[in-house]
Design a protein around this ligand. Structure first.
Ligand code: FPP
Length: 264
């Protein structure tokens, strides 16, 4: 059984979810997506990679809308990794422009849909104009409770864990924490995702079977779904199909189903 946090309300009535074949009580609370394949999508059409990212931005809008409509409480999108800074300058610039455009153009819509925006990653590394727009959208949407949209920007899981270790070490030095106090909950609380549940479902588009430095700690018990669809071609219908498939998975969290009487 998957429980929703108290504050988050489902936006679709149970019967409407059932028309998609979805069980409202078994929806993932947190869905995270590795949006991959923009470059290949463009290449297949003899287009520039940047055109792929532009089309990919439109898919972002579709998926955010669908997630909100279906009542997903947390949606995390891997939009720019710490490794992506090493891409050609023109591509990095184009991605930053697209992010800025998204942060400005979607502000009103996020607000109307009750979506709260958060950024996971090294915000200080983003160009000032992108950072400022991100801060403005975060501020404008901070009291929204229908869904949380996390954009992972300049995000790397190893960097996140390193930052958490540094923050805990500083607290130990300041006498606010002892080494003995540190347990899994302490570590989790110091991650960028400290205030939210772990992802239940991680989707990766474009057929690659890897996590690419994404939510390594948080994905310990996530169900992983890889689709061959390239991100710009990903649709609301495929998203619903994946959610349907998620609901058929047997999540045991390392335990076993206890169907036999015990010996003693
Ligand atoms: C991976 O495809 C995708 C990215 C590195 C960037 C994702 C960005 C977007 C979807 C658009 C902008 C985002 C927002 C939130 C507006 P790739 O370029 O690695 O594709 P390839 O593996 O086919 O080359």
């Amino acid at each position: 059984m998957i429980f929703l946090p108290k504050k988050k309300k489902r936006s679709l009535k149970s019967d409407a979810l059932t028309t998609f074949g979805l069980d409202p009580d078994r929806l993932p609370v947190h869905v995270a997506i590795i949006m991959d394949g923009n470059g290949r999508w463009a290449k297949k059409r003899f287009m520039n990679r940047i055109n792929g990212h532009e089309k990919g931005s439109k898919t972002v809008r579709t998926v955010v809308s669908a997630a909100r409509e279906l009542g997903i409480a947390y949606l995390t999108l891997y939009a720019f990794s710490t490794e992506n800074w090493a891409r050609p300058k023109a591509e990095v610039l184009a991605l930053m422009q697209l992010l800025k455009k998204f942060l400005v153009s979607e502000r009103q819509d996020l607000q109307e849909k009750g979506i709260c925006l958060q950024v996971l990653g090294q915000m200080e590394k983003l160009p000032e104009e992108v950072r400022n727009q991100a801060l403005e959208t975060i501020h404008a949407t901070r009291n929204n409770h229908e869904m949380t949209l996390n954009l992972a920007l300049s995000y790397g899981s190893r960097q996140e864990i390193t930052d958490a270790v540094r923050a805990m070490t500083k607290k130990i030095t300041a006498g606010e924490l002892t080494a003995e106090d540190i347990c899994e909950k302490t570590v989790a609380a110091h991650l960028y995702t400290g205030n939210m549940p772990d992802p239940d479902l991680i989707i990766r588009t474009s057929g690659e079977f890897r996590l690419s430095n994404f939510l390594l700690w948080q994905s310990a018990y996530a169900e992983i779904f890889v689709t061959h669809t390239l991100w710009p071609d990903f649709t609301r219908d495929e998203f619903i199909e994946i959610l349907t498939s998620f609901q058929k998975r047997d999540r045991r969290f390392g335990r076993v189903e206890c169907s036999m009487p015990s010996d003693g």
